[in-house]
Design a protein around this ligand. Structure first.
Ligand SMILES: [Zn+2]
Length: 80
């Protein structure tokens, strides 16, 4: 529950209010934000945590490379 910031008690409250209807009361699981597998903590199941983690790392790397390219581009064109 740490990642969502919602306590189990709060989740149950939402359930009773009908806000969350895909939460299983008995084991208090909720769907993984990516694949929908039932999970009990965090936002993603174990599988997706790995996949998403890799994707995020890749995105950050790409963004950094793009930044470097943009930084170098004006200098290179000016030199000509
Ligand atoms: Zn998943």
């Amino acid at each position: 529950m740490d990642a969502t910031g919602a306590s189990p008690k709060f989740m149950l409250q939402l359930l009773r209010m009908g806000v969350l209807d895909d939460v299983n009361i008995d084991v208090l699981t909720f769907p993984c934000a990516r694949c929908g597998s039932p999970i009990t903590e965090g936002r993603y199941c174990k599988n997706c945590t790995e996949v998403v983690g890799e994707a995020l790392a890749e995105t950050a790397k790409n963004a950094h490379e793009r930044e470097e390219r943009l930084k170098n581009l004006p200098r290179m064109t000016r030199r000509r």
